[in-house]
Design a protein around this ligand. Structure first.
Ligand SMILES: O=C(O)CCC(=O)C(=O)O
Ligand SMILES: [Mn+2]
Length: 211
């Protein structure tokens, strides 16, 4: 049985790394600028914050979300919450981002969460699985903007061989199908490699179906 994502999938990635499809240059420079304008509005109403791990250590990546749910982490663990930790609902996911999800995946089901990660100089994200969602038959779509990020992909099980690629501004990766639960992370960014963010840094958006 094909899952809904495999059945709907219409596009062919420019490269595949351990089952993760990468669509290099999916967004052209003007589309990247448009995304930045929309994201500035989102961050204006739902400011970035630094979630902490269950051990109380702040993540080096700053985050916020749009959609029905936002991803959150603190001493009680990783989870999705219905509003910003400082109060109020998360803003809506901007329509061009929903359109990107639809044109890339072909899925009618919309994502419930657009997690916005901001990597300043020195920020990184350790190897992990995206597994706080209820149904792993839906893909996770990841959009890169700004500085280059060294993206590492491993295996479904912990450990073993990994491979890395530099994700550049405008690249979109799809973590889905048989690769939905692969370990992945960002070892480092090439701070200042892109002019998209005036003061440098990398933004990554991940679109997720949560429940
Ligand atoms: O920044 C990236 O490219 C990956 C982000 C990620 O894996 C996550 O937010 O779960
Ligand atoms: Mn992830």
């Amino acid at each position: 049985m094909m899952n809904p994502f495999q059945a709907a999938r219409a596009n062919t990635p420019t490269l595949t790394i351990r089952g993760v499809g990468v669509f290099q240059g999916w967004l052209d420079p003007s589309e990247q600028e448009e995304m930045m304008l929309l994201l500035r509005q989102v961050v204006g109403s739902a400011p970035l914050f630094s979630p902490s791990t269950r051990f109380g250590k702040a993540l080096s990546v700053q985050m916020t979300s749009a959609g029905r749910y936002g991803w959150f982490s603190d001493r009680h663990g990783y989870r999705y919450i219905a509003g910003h930790p400082a109060g109020g609902r998360w803003p809506e996911i901007p329509q061009p981002i929903l359109d990107l999800w639809h044109s890339l995946t072909g899925l009618e089901r919309r994502p419930d969460c657009c997690l916005i990660n901001f990597y300043g100089e020195g920020a990184r994200m350790g190897l992990h699985q995206d597994r706080d969602e209820a149904d792993f038959s839906w893909p996770v779509v990841s959009i890169s903007l700004g500085d280059d990020g060294l993206f590492r992909v491993g295996n479904i099980e912990k450990g073993g061989k990994t491979e890395s690629i530099w994700l550049k501004s405008g690249d979109v990766a799809v973590i889905g199908g048989a690769a939905r639960l692969v370990h992945h992370g960002v070892d480092r960014i090439r701070f200042g490699s892109s002019k998209l963010l005036k003061d440098g840094g990398r933004i990554n958006l991940t679109l997720r179906v949560v429940d």
